[in-house]
Each structure stands twice: as structure tokens, then as C-alpha cells.
Design a protein around this ligand. Structure first.
Ligand SMILES: [Zn+2]
Ligand SMILES: [Zn+2]
Length: 356
């Protein structure tokens, strides 16, 4: 099915924030997306902006090719349903992964680490537009009783759920998180919810350290050496589990010093370049180092359950919403990495949809 216009209307075009090349996002009128058989048309409600989007904007993402509509952290309402998919009017979050189905990881059922992994919003059009077309199986209903800004955290929360699940966290364990960006904070919230005995967050930005503190986490005081703080908090042992959500070379050097003997390091953030790490220290301490790539379908479903359950206190995370036409300003705000933890892009116009 390739739709000519939104059923019951004469709407044939939509507004979109199109990435057209390095540092350039153009606000344009474009045709409605094609909606093949088995796909749904989703009206975008909120799109989260993250570090992956920054690298696309800068032209440094290894796969993204201009022009493309970014937006892989998608929350919306089904406008045109597919047979067997969520009905029109259903609020959905999206598992935006595209896997090849033929490589070894795919054949083993590990499609999230597909060797040819692609994402809606990076390789194919995403939700920084009024509408986005998606295969029905990528849509996961989320209760519309949940505040929209909490529902819109499902994708990054799925990363946190996956990271904590990969860590093997057991009740009472002492956790350290490097980096109080959205993923670091969400990982800390999930770790606490899953029974961590303590969670200490290390973050160089004072504004973000304060956010972490307001969410009830112990933080490394500014000007304090993070490793000394970890040792003090753990009676000199080091942390059972260290999550690296910072992916900064200075943090890589600290990981072997912050983790205890036989402890686990979880690499959540994405390092842009190879970094120096003391592998001898990891060897002698028999540490486990775990990589994290996106999330599985089950992680997204778990994230939706956590949001619907309302137990994480996600409403206390400071967020800011920009209208679609101000997408470049949303990026500028997101890249300042200040007290606003998460930036979203909503529909065009201050009061919802722009009439044209
Ligand atoms: Zn993202
Ligand atoms: Zn594959």
C-alpha cells in the first residue's frame, strides 16, 4: 500500500527536519513516506536527540548518508495501521533496528548485533518529521496513561536495561557509573531498581552532577579524584560493577582502578577512537569486560513495562521539548550537555500541529 494522502484528508505532504549535510538541517515540506504492505504510518509525537544524532549532524557517522530524516528515539500514534499491527490511535514506541536475517548473529537469534545492523532514523528515514513509516513489527504499544515525556524515554531506557542485564548485577552489589548523561542516569536508575546496594556516579559537569544528586544518587564531589571516591565508598575494594557511559579516554584509564578484583566493567558508551587501557591490571584482577550494543526486543518491552509501572521516577528527569521547526536549536541544546538531561523534538508549532 502506497498512500496518496492520509485517509479521510487531503494531506499529501508533511513538514520534516532533513539532514542535508554536515552541520545542516533544513526544515522542508516533503511527500508523505511510502507505506509498504505490512507497514504503518505513525504520527510523530516526541523524538529524543542523542549522541548518535550529533555524529550524523557533524557528518562523522560511519553509515548515515544525506539527505536523511533523523530520529530513532520514536514515540508516536498510529495514523494508518497495518493488518496485524497496533490499531490506529495506539500510542507506540519503536524498536528501530533493521537486521539482515542472514548473518551469523542473526541466524543465532541475536539480531541486535547483526553484522549489517541498520536503524530507522540513521540509515532510513526516522521521526524528525510529522510522520514516519515503520514496519508494524517494530511498533510496541505503550499506555497513553503514561506522561508522554516519560514514554519518550523508552529507547534510551532500553539501552540502560540492556546494560544492566549484561552486567549480571546481583542484589546488594556496589555500582559505579561514569557519566551522568541520559544513558548514565537511566543506567543508574535501572541498577538501583534492580537491587544495587549502592550507586555512585562520577560526572565532571557540575550541572549534571547536581541532577544525579537530585535523583538521589551518591556522586563524586567536584575536584575529587574519582578512583579515591570509589575506594572510599567501597572500603578500599573497588566497585563490583563499573558502567562506563562516558566513553572518554580519561575514563578508560580509570576503569581498571575503579573495579574490584573479579569485578565487571560494562562499556555502555561508544568510544570514537581506540584508547589506552591497562589490560595487565584487568588480567591480574580477572575482570570481566562486557560490551553493550543497543538492546534486544525484550529489553525494549522491559523498558516499556518499567515506564508503565512508574517506579523509576522518570518524571524527575529534566527535559526540554522543541517544536519540529526548531530542530537545529534542539541539537544545540542537547550538545551543551547541561542541566537539561534530555532534549526532545515535538510536533511543529507551539500548540501542536501547524496548519498549512
Ligand atoms: Zn539514541
Ligand atoms: Zn544480520
Amino acid at each position: 500500500m502506497s498512500i496518496e494522502a492520509i485517509p479521510g484528508t487531503t494531506v499529501k505532504t508533511m513538514r520534516a527536519a532533513v539532514w542535508t549535510g554536515p552541520e545542516t538541517i533544513e526544515y522542508r515540506t516533503v511527500p508523505l513516506p511510502e507505506v509498504p504492505e505490512g507497514w504503518s504510518l505513525v504520527r510523530s509525537e516526541l523524538t529524543g536527540i542523542c549522541g548518535t544524532d550529533f555524529s550524523i549532524l557533524h557528518g562523522s557517522h560511519p553509515r548515515a548518508e544525506a539527505p536523511v530524516v533523523m530520529g530513532h528515539e520514536i514515540t508516536g500514534v498510529v495514523e494508518v495501521a497495518a493488518a496485524g499491527g497496533p490499531a490506529a490511535g495506539t500510542r507506540v514506541t519503536v524498536e528501530p533496528l533493521i537486521h539482515c536475517g542472514t548473518c551469523h548473529p542473526c541466524r543465532e537469534g541475536n539480531t541486535h548485533v547483526c553484522r549489517n545492523l541498520k536503524l530507522y532514523g540513521i540509515d532510513v528515514a526516522g521521526s524528525l518529521a510529522e510522520y514516519v513509516a515503520l514496519p508494524a513489527e517494530t511498533l510496541i504499544p505503550i499506555s497513553s496513561a503514561v506522561p508522554l515525556q516519560e514514554a519518550a524515554l523508552a529507547e534510551p531506557l532500553a539501552v540502560a536495561v540492556h546494560a544492566v542485564s549484561r552486567s549480571g548485577l546481583r542484589g546488594g552489589e556496589r555500582v559505579v557509573v561514569f557519566g551522568a548523561g541520559p544513558i548514565g542516569i537511566l543506567t543508574a536508575l535501572v541498577a538501583r531498581h534492580e537491587g544495587a546496594g549502592s550507586v555512585l556516579i562520577s560526572e565532571p559537569s557540575e550541572e549534571r552532577r547536581v541532577v544525579a544528586e537530585q535523583l538521589g544518587f551518591d556522586t563524586v564531589a567536584s575536584g575529587t579524584d574519582p578512583v579515591s571516591a570509589v575506594m572510599e565508598a567501597t572500603g578500599g575494594d573497588g566497585a563490583d560493577i563499573v558502567f562506563d557511559s562516558a566513553a572518554h579516554p580519561s575514563v578508560a584509564a580509570l576503569l581498571p582502578k575503579a573495579v574490584r578484583v573479579l569485578g565487571t566493567i560494562v562499556l555502555v558508551g561508544v568510544y570514537k577512537k581506540p584508547v589506552e587501557v591497562d589490560l595487565q591490571a584487568l588480567t591480574f584482577a580477572e575482570n570481566t569486560v562486557v560490551g553493550v550494543r543497543v538492546y534486544t526486543r525484550a529489553d525494549v518491552e522491559r523498558a516499556v513495562k518499567l515506564i508503565e509501572g512508574g517506579e523509576l521516577g522518570l518524571g524527575r528527569i529534566p527535559v526540554q521539548v522543541f517544536p519540529l521547526e526548531e530542530t537545529p536549536a534542539a541539537f544545540t541544546q542537547a550538545m551543551t550537555a547541561g542541566a537539561v538531561l534530555k532534549v526532545f523534538v515535538g510536533p511543529a508549532g507551539a500548540n501542536g500541529k501547524e496548519e498549512e
